[in-house]
Design a protein around this ligand. Structure first.
Ligand SMILES: NC(=O)c1ccc[n+]([C@@H]2O[C@H](COP(=O)([O-])OP(=O)(O)OC[C@H]3O[C@@H](n4cnc5c(N)ncnc54)[C@H](O)[C@@H]3O)[C@@H](O)[C@H]2O)c1
Ligand SMILES: O=C(O)[C@H](O)COP(=O)(O)O
Length: 538
């Protein structure tokens, strides 16, 4: 895919501030893509705030609170990237309002968090940390340390998403019965994991071990408090590798002291790192709690995966391509993703191309025809990509896929998207109709192409500097245009000519290494037979 920097400072090198540890090879991916990296790891919030003044991107993990105030310190910010899954420390709504794309790496640490869940589960069941501690003190006591088996026990999973699903699969291999509570998944997903879906109270009553795998949201904050803990069996264990805030920590401490449950394995606490006098620290030192300092996602493999995936996605966004994993601008997943994804860039380029080519006083109402194999895919992500390109080329505002629709609504711009399987002579295509202009695009090997422009068949890559002439179809035109541009030092990288045999007109579509300057355009316009010259920066 051909890319160009999409920063507000035009063609200057984008700059990314890294606020928390991020694997070196991820930084190398950014630098190789022409992005400057500014490490603020370990610096104060004031220093981080100052560093954002001219930053295009920000990379964080779970310890940086990315609130409205911090976002406001970065007027050029295009992307906030979370190296991991949970985005609860990021004000995603504030980012969306500001047109900032929030990325994460869903799935990259799923296995790590799943295995950490089992590490805590087995540690609790076999009392391993206690055994290690006693042996370190020289105590050999086998009777005191008799454990329990996972085999035959009931595991209750709260949140049957990526991690919950992986935990379920492995629990079945241990010979456990698995029940789950997740109001947002289908029965088919539960069946696929051989899991019975139940309500939360039933899960708490029936489980020998309860494990939490929900995101921290307003609905899940404090979802396990005194009333829920009271439903547990006295021999039950509670595991939390999700977020500390899902549990009311004070209630858990009291329940442990009152033998309401047998123990807890926790990787996360509500405030990290926990202040010494808080409930998080009290849990860490509680004799019935085995805890780890938020290590669920911290394996070499997961961190390497995260660094590569995130750096590539940050580079894609900063270089003008659609994101793979934008939290606030989702693209379809499943089988449709493969069809839609290459066309996000086509839609975006059509958006940038249109106003520079059409030059109409007012933007018309648009129609976007999803042709061929695109006819039955959801159009939302394609419309967002189109609008972000269109508005970036027509407004001074910070526009991206996350706020393009809202801005378009404000400006009264509408897009009527419809599928038409018969529309395309390509396997799949997008046709944009606006006023009396019609442009069709497709994707070839991941590269956007314009294949039809106002009835002319062409094959042009709408990326970077372009020059389009309309002229009479007479001999010598190509030579004259080429000579003027050559004399001016404008290198032509590709040239397409297409003719209309009925009208006797032709179109020439050039990609140039730099946009032609006004004087050069004036010289082209002066060629007899040339009716229009347009310079575009797509
Ligand atoms: N300890 C760690 O280092 C670590 C590592 C990775 C992820 N996490 C945490 O684990 C969470 C889950 O990760 P995932 O990748 O499985 O996410 P996911 O989005 O794939 O799964 C979350 C599941 O929770 C369900 N859910 C949401 N609200 C619910 C509710 N009120 N009740 C029941 N179910 C609900 C969703 O339907 C979804 O199926 C993340 O959001 C993150 O906070 C922690
Ligand atoms: O949400 C996540 O991805 C995990 O909690 C990991 O968080 P971390 O990046 O702070 O280790």
């Amino acid at each position: 895919m051909q890319l160009r920097p999409m920063t507000q400072s035009g063609l200057s090198r984008p700059r990314v501030v890294v606020a928390e540890p991020f694997a070196e090879h991820g930084l190398a991916v950014l630098r190789d893509a022409g992005i400057d990296v500014d490490s603020q790891v370990g610096r104060s919030r004031a220093e981080l705030t100052a560093a954002l003044a001219d930053a295009d991107g920000l990379i964080v993990r779970s310890e940086t609170r990315v609130d409205r105030e911090l976002l406001a310190a970065g007027p050029k910010l295009t992307v906030v990237a979370r190296a991991g899954v949970g985005v609860d420390a990021i004000d995603v709504d504030a980012a969306t309002d500001a047109g900032i794309i929030v990325l994460n790496t869903p799935g990259a640490n799923t296995i790590a968090a799943t295995e950490q869940t089992f590490a805590l589960m087995l540690a609790l069941a076999r009392r391993t940390p206690e055994a290690v501690q006693l042996l370190r003190q020289g105590v050999w006591d086998r009777k005191k340390l008799i454990g329990t088996e996972l085999f035959g026990k009931t595991l209750g999973i709260v949140g049957l998403g990526r991690i919950g699903g992986n935990v379920a699969q492995r629990a079945r291999a241990f010979g456990m019965t698995v029940i789950a509570h997740d109001p947002y998944i289908t029965a088919a997903r539960a069946d696929a994991f051989d899991v019975t879906l139940v309500d939360l109270d039933t899960l708490l009553r029936r489980s020998d071990i309860v494990t939490l795998h929900v995101p921290l949201t307003p609905q899940t904050t404090g979802m396990i408090g005194a009333a829920q803990l009271a439903l547990l069996q006295p021999h039950a264990y509670l595991i939390n590798c999700a977020r500390g805030g899902v549990i009311v920590e004070r209630d858990l401490l009291e329940a442990l002291d009152a033998n309401v449950l047998a123990g807890a394995g926790i990787d996360v606490v509500a405030i990290e790192p926990p202040p010494p006098e808080g409930t998080g620290a009290a849990l860490h030192s509680h004799p019935k709690v085995f805890s780890t300092p938020h290590l669920g996602g911290s394996t070499h493999e997961a961190l390497a995966r995260i660094a590569t995936e995130l750096a590539q996605d940050v580079a894609r966004v900063l270089l003008g391509a659609p994101a793979n994993a934008a939290v606030n601008a989702p693209v379809p997943d499943g089988p449709e993703a493969e069809r839609v994804f290459p066309f996000l860039d086509v839609a975006y380029r059509l958006g940038r191309f249109y106003p520079q080519y059409a030059r109409s006083e007012r933007l018309p109402q648009f129609t976007l025809v999803l042709g061929g194999a695109l006819a039955d895919v959801p159009s939302e992500a394609l419309v967002r990509a189109f609008l972000s390109g269109l508005l970036q080329a027509t407004t001074d505002r910070r526009v991206s896929v996350v706020n393009a629709e809202a801005i378009a609504r404000e400006l009264g711009i509408t897009v009527d998207a419809r599928g038409d399987a018969r529309e395309s002579s390509y396997a799949a295509s997008l046709k944009l109709i606006g006023g009396d202009v019609a442009i069709a695009g497709t994707s070839v090997g991941g590269s956007p192409r314009i294949v039809e422009l106002d009835g002319y068949e062409i094959d042009a890559t709408p990326v970077g500097a372009m020059l389009i002439t309309r002229h009479q179809d007479v001999p010598g035109m190509i030579g004259r245009v080429g000579t003027i541009l050559g004399d001016a030092g404008v290198n032509i990288s590709t040239m397409q000519v297409s003719r209309n045999t009925v009208s006797g007109d032709a179109i020439m579509v050039l990609s140039t290494d730099r946009p032609a300057a006004e004087a050069e355009v004036a010289a082209l316009r002066a060629i007899a037979g040339i009716t229009s010259v347009r310079v575009l920066d797509v």
